[in-house]
Design a protein around this ligand. Structure first.
Ligand SMILES: Nc1ncnc2c1ncn2[C@@H]1O[C@H](COP(=O)(O)OP(=O)(O)O)[C@@H](O)[C@H]1O
Ligand SMILES: [Mg+2]
Length: 248
């Protein structure tokens, strides 16, 4: 079976000289719910920027559903929906326009986009706000708007970069249910989060990266079993501390 994502020896050095990725290997199966974990500066957002073609890699090989970033970039883009770490929409633009403009990038006409947006916005509790400028939305609503926008072209792979940062627990649980349903319906999901109980609750596979290197890549079940049903948070802290000590 083709993997949703295949990353081989991926390296990224920014123009500033920062070596953000130092030879990352990751395979993410189609249908997986994958946690990409690591402290600030580990390289999570850099990996996501490369997968979504916002940043170019320095070297290595990346395939999305078997399509190489080097030779089939446009195709890879159609497979991916991304919820970036930072809000990045025009605050004066209406919710529905933010969605239809995004749809336009994928060649979906406005009328069709409005039709497609309705169930997504309803499910995410945003339909009543469709004619409001995005600046009038609460923080949690803005997060959900980013999810709605990422889904308008029906991507097979949804990537969420800290989607629940600053979102209250009730709304976070609502998002979890939504993401679980998406995954159950076949969407592959990659999630980065600092809430480790969230990753433990949702994800089937986990990778922990630190300083641009993969320190662990394992199924959640096996990882928890191997550590005597220790909480993911404790396992994570041990791995990060261990890898920090080794590189000092
Ligand atoms: N656009 C950029 N230019 C220069 N350095 C960057 C840029 N983006 C990220 N970095 C650096 O690359 C490293 C990895 O950052 P990032 O991928 O954002 O980590 P994470 O998302 O895991 O917090 C950090 O040292 C960060 O400062
Ligand atoms: Mg980040």
């Amino acid at each position: 079976m083709t993997n949703a994502v295949s990353i081989k020896n991926l390296r990224k050095t920014y123009k500033t000289g920062v070596e953000a990725l130092k030879g990352v290997d990751l395979e993410i199966a189609e249908g997986d719910f994958f946690a990409l974990l690591g402290p600030n500066g580990a390289g999570k957002s850099t990996i996501i920027s490369i997968l979504t073609s916002l940043t170019t890699k320095s070297s290595g090989e990346v395939k999305i559903f078997g399509n190489s970033l080097d030779t089939d970039r446009d195709k890879t883009k159609t497979y991916i929906g991304v919820v970036p770490q930072e809000f990045n929409f025009n605050i004066f633009e209406k919710v529905i326009d933010i969605i239809t403009v995004q749809a336009g990038y994928y060649g979906i006409p406005r009328a069709q986009a409005i039709k497609d947006a309705e169930p997504i916005l309803k499910e995410l509790g945003l339909w009543e706000k469709k004619d409001s400028p995005s600046q009038q939305l609460s923080g949690g609503m803005k997060r959900r708007l980013m999810i709605a926008r990422a889904l308008i072209h029906k991507p097979k792979l949804l990537i969420l970069d800290e989607p629940t940062a600053g979102v209250d627990i009730e709304m976070r649980r609502g998002m979890w249910d939504f993401l679980r349903r998406m995954n159950a319906e076949g969407t592959t999901i990659i999630l980065t989060t600092h809430y480790l109980e969230e990753a433990e609750e949702l994800c089937r596979t986990v990778a922990i990266i630190n300083k641009g290197e993969v320190k662990l890549h394992e199924t959640m079940h096996k990882l928890l079993e191997a550590n005597g049903k220790e909480k993911l948070e404790n396992i994570y802290v041990d791995i990060i501390q261990d890898s920090n000590n080794k590189t000092i």
